[in-house]
Design a binder for this molecule. Structure first.
Ligand code: G6P
Length: 608
């Protein structure tokens, strides 16, 4: 969702800020803007649509200054218009602000300011904050920001500058991320490190209710209570090339093809074959909490929730501990039954999803141990949990999650094997699982090698409007994930269903030629799924079957066949999801969709 970036230093900064916005594009947005300040004051350029459009506008009339702020906006309050785009200024253009988050009491604050004679020029909650800071500003920007934030309810990752102090930025966060980057005679702030890595590797992840003043040579972090805070400087290791598309036409395709490597990175140093157990340093300290757990709870959103459903299947199968999986947004409002013996696992690629963070606060309140499975190092969820495991899939830029999903599943499988070994699983079985995991990256290469053939299958149903995705057991969440991928990027209405449930409703939708994707690898439900396929064929549906290599029975019934290597059922989702990712990708391209930035979606959903 919204991305913010700010610069104060020795360079003319409008193009640098635009480059920062380009690195934040993946978060999802619908308008953008930039403002710079110099001795002549604040100049602002905004546009609806892509950063490329903003760039063209800036080229005509570049805002001047060595201090500036910029923003990509994902509309919440107020339509997608130039007036609603950030940066916002106060009425007298004495301050300008970019804001990520939501001001919940904006109506009360707006009414107050209007009574004080303030005139508004947008419908946004963020402008209220700009106006409020302007209202309080008397030459001390830090004080004006603190005074304003003291009365604000909601979330913010914000950067402000003042017309009469062209060498100063003030940033603050609560709930939305903000990272300070420390350079040579220049300092920056941004929503995430991807916008910063080109300038420095020294960063400080600001904490909630911290406010930072930055000038070209100095930074000062304080609390909203004005108390000085120490800066915990961290060295970030993000390879710049990992942020580029390379030879691939889209990030999503690059990330699908990267899965052999990303999974290798996820498992690197974590598989002790001789002991038949994964070694998970991040949760070693909470080993007893896990071992003695009454039940495990997994909570997440979107694709991460699907990984959680697969985790439940594998954890229950191997550890015999009951596992609940719930959408974070529901979990939070349901008064869940938790205790110190019910560890809650929060799965999140970004580590910033607002609903997952809110669920974490709820679990804390109820004294449950909180554990994270996250991809973005240093993000909010790993910081707020007691222990956890990073997925180490590398930066994921495509909005539709692919390599982060397989990394989450691999971590859950490792966690299940680790716990099962402590609860009685044999050495032999442990070794069998680990040996099978080691093979997965090479097996995925056999699937990505079929990309062109999968594209041919996509051609056959590129004009369809509806699709069903079916699977059973551990493949049911894969069917959900396949359907989600189709919805997200190709805008085909797709439903994921347990294959046998089809008879209780979705079968009514099947008519001649309707595509039905069926995951039918060999496990206990294989024969039954064969029956389900017959039912689809009898009604004229067109079956795209994902089967194990060498399959004969289903091969005879299906219209299209995609083979994946044969593996133990609990690991099969790591393979069967890959053709579904590729199918969704090719369909989206054939349908002319914006694969990496699908309409209305955001990579990092920082509002509830
Ligand atoms: C958004 C993204 C999805 C992602 C979900 C949860 O909807 O578009 O790809 O699965 O958020 O995000 P998280 O970062 O918590 O995994």
């Amino acid at each position: 969702m919204c991305g913010v970036v700010g610069y104060v230093g020795h360079r003319e900064c409008s193009s640098l800020l635009l480059e920062g916005l380009r690195c934040l594009e993946y978060r999802g947005y619908d308008s953008a803007g930039v403002a710079c300040v110099d001795a002549s004051g604040i100049s602002v350029v905004k546009s609806v649509g892509k950063v490329a459009t903003l760039k063209e506008k800036v080229a005509e009339r570049p805002p001047q200054g060595r201090t500036g702020i910029a923003h990509t906006r994902w509309a919440t309050h107020g339509g997608i218009t130039e007036a609603n785009a950030h940066p916002h200024t106060d009425m007298r253009r004495r301050v300008a602000l970019v804001h990520n988050g939501i001001i919940e009491n904006y109506q009360t604050l707006r009414a107050f300011l209007e009574r004080e004679g303030v005139r508004f020029s947008s419908e946004t909650d963020s402008e209220v904050l700009a106006q409020l800071i302007g209202y309080h500003y008397d030459g001390n920007l830090y004080e004006a920001v603190c005074k304003s934030l003291e009365v604000v309810e909601g979330t913010f990752g914000l950067i402000v500058m003042a017309a009469d102090q062209p060498d100063l930025l003030v940033g603050a966060r609560r709930g939305s991320p903000l990272v300070l980057a420390i350079g040579e005679n220049e300092n920056l702030l941004a929503s995430d490190v991807q916008a910063l890595v080109a300038y420095t590797d020294r960063v400080v992840f600001l904490k909630d209710d911290e406010v930072v003043n930055i000038t070209p040579r100095e930074y000062k972090i304080r609390g909203l209570d004005r108390a000085p805070h120490a800066a915990e400087i961290e060295k970030i290791e993000v390879a710049l090339e990992s942020l580029e598309k390379g030879d691939f036409p889209h990030y999503m395709l690059k990330e699908i093809f990267e899965q052999p490597k990303s999974l290798h990175d996820t498992m690197r140093g974590r598989l002790n074959l001789s002991e038949g157990t994964p070694v998970l340093g991040g949760i070693a300290n909470v080993r007893d909490i896990f071992k003695n757990a009454e039940k495990l709870v997994i909570t997440a959103c979107g694709t991460s929730w699907h990984a959680g459903l697969i985790g439940r299947y594998v954890l229950e199968e191997w550890t015999r501990i009951p596992v609940e999986v719930e959408y974070a947004s529901e979990f939070r409002y349901r008064n869940p039954i938790l205790s110190p013996r019910t560890p809650v696992i929060f799965i999140s690629q970004s580590g910033e999803t607002a609903d997952t963070l809110a669920a974490l606060r709820e679990a804390r309140m109820k004294n449950a141990p909180c554990l994270g499975i996250c991809n973005v190092v240093g993000s909010s969820i790993p910081r707020a949990t007691d222990a956890g495991i990073y997925t180490h899939a590398g930066p994921e830029i495509g909005v539709a999650s692919t390599k982060a999903f397989t990394a989450q599943v691999a971590v859950l499988v490792m966690m299940a094997a680790w716990l099962a070994r402590q609860r009685g699983m044999s050495l032999g079985r442990g070794r069998e699982i680990l040996s099978a995991l080691i093979e997965i990256p090479e097996q995925i290469k056999k699937i990505t090698a079929q990309s062109d053939r999968i594209k041919e299958i996509a051609e056959t149903f590129k004009d369809e409007h509806h699709c069903l995705c079916l699977g059973r057991g551990v493949q049911f969440p894969v069917a959900l994930e396949g359907a989600l991928k189709l919805k997200e990027i190709s805008y085909i209405h797709a439903e994921g269903y347990p294959a046998a449930e089809m008879k209780h409703g979705p079968i009514a939708l099947i008519e001649k030629g309707m595509p039905v994707i069926v995951i039918a690898t060999r496990d206990v439900t294989y024969e039954k799924i064969g029956g389900n396929i017959q039912e689809i064929k009898a009604r004229g549906g067109s079956v795209i079957a994902v089967v194990g290599e060498g399959d004969k029975d289903i091969a005879e019934m299906a219209d299209h066949l995609i083979e994946v290597p044969n593996v133990m059922p609990e690991l099969a989702p790591l393979l069967t999801v890959v053709p579904l990712q590729l199918l969704a990708y090719h369909l989206a391209v054939l349908r002319g969709c914006d694969v990496d930035q699908p309409r209305n979606l955001a990579k990092s959903v920082t509002v509830e």
